[in-house]
Design a protein. Structure first.
Length: 361
């Protein structure tokens, strides 16, 4: 990579300390860039995003107005996509780059009108930047499909920490199923509960780890699904956990399950691979690319019968689980670490902000 240091400001929506995939990616990139010698300031904006309110708009306006024109500003897509007029107002004075985990219009549960409005606003906002860093080839392709092929795009895949191999459950104990995902509709927790209810005659216990406060209606729906299907003693909600708190769950996991209908990457799939845990997930969004075929079973999104069948296979067939775990262990050696991701982010940022003559064009 280039030896030239790039100092920057990163702007995110809300607290930078949130334990979701996108915020973890942002934090680990910042940490890696700092280790490479760059100075990085992280600013969290108050207000609601992407359903923006006056507080959010004022926070972004004030923050951008205070930035030094000599320091590149990277904006997480959630903090900018619904406020194109503010991005356009500052794009000539500042060097702006977007960091996009997935297009806002692809979020689950939106009406056609909301999808159209978010697509139009995000297209305007991204067009006012020097370019976009995305976390997967899928998202790069998706932006092109959404009419943004003229915007420069760089792909910087997430890293993963080296991890000890999972030991699984104790002999004769129920299988430990693990799902790590924020409780929002796109993650399809209720679909997972419906499938597990069909397999209540098997021996398993499912641990759901993820923020329960991001979408309280979704949290309530998940609780109701667990109760109505009589799974209160077999499905446990643990809330959001820091990596150190999550470690014992990985150690004891026999099977990782992610029923999302869509992911912009699916970082937690790489975490499962790093622990050598077999996987059942979907082909929603980038998941079709993220999961190696030898490490898990992938089913179409929003297909409860097929998900139930895949879970039954994985639970019933210990030999298949062993083979998939072996596939996960093989795949873990190919995963980039966060140092590589930080280096690639540095290169991508430099490519987007450098004048053409510096790139030999």
């Amino acid at each position: 990579m280039s030896s030239a240091r790039i100092d920057m400001t990163l702007i995110v929506a809300g607290s930078p300390e949130q334990l979701t995939g996108g915020y973890i990616y942002d934090a680990r990139v910042v940490e890696g860039l700092q280790e490479l010698g760059s100075r990085v300031e992280v600013i969290g904006l108050e207000g609601n995003f992407p359903d923006v309110d006056e507080t959010a708009a004022a926070a972004l306006e004030h923050t951008l107005a205070a930035q030094d024109p000599d320091t590149p500003v990277v904006l997480d897509g959630l903090a900018m996509g619904a406020l194109p007029e503010i991005i356009e107002r500052h794009c000539q004075r500042l060097t702006l780059v977007a960091l996009l985990h997935h297009p806002l219009t692809d979020e689950s549960g939106l009406s056609a009108e909301q999808q159209s409005a978010l697509l139009n606003s995000e297209r305007r906002a991204l067009a006012a930047t020097r370019g976009v860093i995305v976390t997967s080839d899928f998202t790069a392709r998706r932006l092109e499909m959404l009419g943004m092929a003229d915007i420069p795009i760089q792909v910087v895949r997430p890293g993963v920490d080296p991890a000890p191999l999972a030991q699984g459950s104790a002999p004769e104990a129920p299988l430990n199923l693990l799902c790590v995902a924020t409780l929002i509709p796109r993650k399809r927790h209720t679909l997972l509960i419906e499938s597990l209810a069909e397999l209540a005659d098997r021996s398993w216990h499912c641990h759901l780890v993820g923020d329960t406060q991001r979408d309280k209606a979704c949290y309530k729906a998940v609780l109701e699904a667990i109760e109505s299907r009589g799974l209160g003693d077999r499905v446990t909600l643990h809330g959001a956990l820091a990596p150190r708190q999550l470690a014992p769950f990985w150690e004891a996991a026999d099977l990782f399950v992610l029923p999302s209908c869509y992911e912009g990457y699916g970082m937690v799939i790489d975490e499962a691979l790093a622990h050598g845990v077999p996987i059942v997930t979907t082909t929603g969004g980038a998941l079709a690319d993220t999961l190696p075929t030898e490490a898990g079973l992938a089913v179409p999104p929003d297909d409860p019968a097929t998900l139930t069948h895949a879970l039954a296979q994985a639970i019933d067939d210990s030999e298949q689980r062993r083979q998939l775990a072996q596939g996960a262990r093989q795949a873990r050696s190919r995963l980039p670490d966060w140092n590589e991701t930080a280096e690639q982010f540095h290169v991508a940022l430099e490519a987007l902000i450098s004048p053409p003559d510096r790139l030999g064009i």
